[in-house]
Design a protein around this ligand. Structure first.
Ligand code: PLP
Length: 446
C-alpha cells in the first residue's frame, strides 16, 4: 500500500530521486507536495490551503473529489476493474451514450483513448484513411499533445525539439485580433483575412493532398482566443468545398469549460471529428476519445480500423465519465460555468485591466479566461519571451501562492481557469488575490 501521510518530506525526497517530470529540466525542479484536495481547494503537505484557479492542467472541470465521481469509481472497482476493449461493458456503453448525446447531431460513435494526444493521433489517422490523403493543417498558436503527430501539429515552441517527423503537417495562422498576423482593424476583417489566408494555404499545398484541418475551437494553452463570429463556419465551408475533414480539438474546451458542453456549440458548427479528454471525467481516471461522424464511421463498417489501445474504454475511466457527466447535467454545472464567466470572471478581469497597466488584453468565456501581461501597452511587449518565462511572471505566481491562490501562467499570460463548479464568492476571492499580486507586477509596466 501507499504509505500513510507524512509531513511531505519523504514524498518530496522520493520524487526528486525517482520521478522524471514532464517538460522540465530535472535538476532545478521544486514540486509542491499536495496532500489533499476538495472542491475548489488543494492543500500542501504543510497544511496550507490554496484556491485552485488552474483546474490543474485545466481538467478538473467538476472540482476535486466530487463525491458522485468518487463513488462511481468505487462502485466500478468493486464490480469490474478492467476488461479488454473487444468486449462490451456497461460503463463503456453508458459513457459513449452520454458523450454522443452531447456532441452535435450526427457524431454518434466514440473511440476511447487514454488522453488527449492519443485522441488527436487517432482522429488524424481516421481522417487520412477516410480521405486517402496525407497532409494535415493546423494553426500556429495551438497545442495538440506530446505524442509524435500531436506534437508536430502543435503550434508552440514545444514542437521545435520534437520536429522530426513533420512530413505532411503544415501550419497556418488563425485569427487573433490582439496580435493579428493580418493587421486587421476589426473582428470582421480579422475573420475575413484569416479565412482568405487559409484558402491560400490550401491552394498552395494542393487541396487534393489535404486530409484534415485540426483546430482547437478556442485555443487553450496557446492563449484562450475565442474565434471571431463566422470563422469556424468559414472553415467548415472550406472543408466541405475541398473534401477535407474538419477535426475540432475540444480536449481543453470541451465538457463545460466554455459554458457549453462543447465550445463548437457557441458557433453552431458541426465538425467531422471531435477530440476530447480532460473534462469528460475531470481526469479522475485517464480518459480521452474521438467522437466520429456517421460518414467517417461508415468508412470502417467493412474495412477494419487499424488502431487500438489495451485500455480503450477502460471501465474505471468510463464509470468516472458517467459519474461526472451525470452530476454535471443534474447540478447545472455547465450553466454555472457560463454564469460565472458572464457575471464574475469577465467583468472582474476587465475591472482588473482598468486598474493594472500591466494587463494588455482580457479575453475568454465561461471559466476559460486569459490576461496578456505586457511591459508596454501600446507596443504590446510581452512580459516574458515566447516560449519562456521571466522574473516578473515567476514573482506573480509565487505571490499568489503565498496568498493562497494557485495561478496558471503560460509565458507572459495568466490563464484564469477554475472549476466549472466554482461559486461567485470563491471566484471573487481569487480575483481579489490576483488584484493584490498584480500591484507588484505593475512595476514592470511602462
Ligand atoms: N489537445 C488540447 C487542446 C490540449 O489542451 C491538450 C492538453 O493540454 C491535448 C490535446 C493533449 O492532451 P493529453 O495531455 O491528455 O495527451
Amino acid at each position: 500500500p501507499v504509505p500513510a501521510a507524512d509531513d511531505g518530506r519523504r514524498t518530496y525526497e522520493l520524487d526528486r530521486a525517482h520521478v522524471f517530470h514532464s517538460w522540465s529540466a530535472q535538476a532545478a525542479l521544486d514540486p509542491m507536495v499536495i496532500s489533499k484536495a476538495q472542491g475548489d481547494h488543494v492543500w500542501d503537505a504543510d497544511g496550507n490551503r490554496y484556491l485552485d484557479f488552474t483546474s490543474q492542467l485545466v481538467n478538473t472541470n467538476i472540482g476535486h473529489q466530487h463525491p458522485a465521481v468518487v463513488q462511481a469509481i468505487r462502485d466500478q472497482a468493486e464490480e469490474l476493474c478492467t476488461i479488454a476493449p473487444s468486449h462490451a461493458n456497461r460503463a463503456r456503453s453508458e459513457a459513449a451514450r452520454l458523450i454522443a448525446e452531447r456532441t452535435p447531431e450526427g457524431l454518434d460513435r466514440v473511440f476511447f483513448t487514454n488522453g488527449g494526444a492519443e485522441a488527436v493521433e487517432n482522429a488524424v489517422r481516421m481522417a487520412r484513411l477516410h480521405t486517402g490523403r496525407h497532409k494535415v493543417l493546423s494553426r500556429y498558436r495551438s497545442y495538440h499533445g506530446s505524442t509524435s503527430t500531436a506534437i508536430n501539429l502543435t503550434g508552440d515552441p514545444r514542437r521545435w525539439p520534437n520536429d522530426t517527423g513533420t512530413a505532411g503537417v503544415v501550419h497556418f495562422f488563425g485569427p487573433f485580433r490582439y496580435r493579428s498576423p493580418f493587421y486587421s482593424d476589426s473582428e470582421e476583417q480579422e475573420c475575413e483575412r484569416a479565412l482568405a489566408h487559409l484558402e491560400q494555404t490550401i491552394a498552395f499545398e494542393g487541396p487534393a493532398t489535404i486530409a484534415a484541418i485540426v483546430l482547437e475551437t478556442v485555443p487553450g494553452t496557446a492563449g484562450i482566443m475565442p474565434p471571431p463570429p463566422g470563422y469556424l463556419q468559414g472553415v467548415r465551408e472550406i472543408c466541405d468545398r475541398h473534401g477535407i475533414v474538419y477535426i475540432a480539438d475540444e480536449v481543453m474546451s470541451g465538457f463545460g469549460r466554455t459554458g457549453h458542453w462543447f465550445a463548437v456549440d457557441h458557433y453552431g458548427v458541426r465538425p467531422d471529428l471531435i477530440t476530447f479528454a480532460k473534462g469528460v471525467n475531470s481526469g479522475y481516471v485517464p480518459l480521452g476519445g474521438v467522437a466520429i461522424s456517421d460518414e467517417i464511421a461508415r468508412t470502417f463498417d467493412e474495412r477494419p480500423y487499424p488502431g487500438g489501445l489495451t485500455y480503450s474504454g477502460h471501465p474505471l475511466a468510463c464509470a468516472a465519465a458517467v459519474g461526472a457527466i451525470t452530476a454535471m447535467r443534474d447540478d447545472g454545472i455547465v450553466a454555472n460555468a457560463a454564469e460565472i464567466g458572464a457575471t464574475v470572471l469577465g467583468p472582474g478581469l476587465r475591472a482588473l485591466a482598468e486598474r493594472h497597466p500591466v494587463i494588455g488584453d482580457v479575453r475568454g468565456l465561461g471559466v476559460f479566461w486569459a490576461l496578456e501581461l505586457v511591459s508596454d501597452r501600446a507596443a504590446k511587449t510581452p512580459l516574458a519571451p515566447y516560449g519562456g518565462t521571466s522574473a516578473a511572471m515567476r514573482e506573480l505566481t509565487a505571490d499568489c501562492a503565498k496568498a493562497g491562490l494557485l495561478l496558471a501562467t503560460t509565458y507572459h499570460r495568466v490563464h484564469v481557469v477554475p472549476a466549472c463548479t466554482i461559486t461567485a464568492d470563491l471566484a471573487r476571492e481569487g480575483l481579489a488575490i490576483l488584484d493584490a499580486a498584480l500591484e507588484r507586477t505593475d512595476a514592470h509596466a511602462a
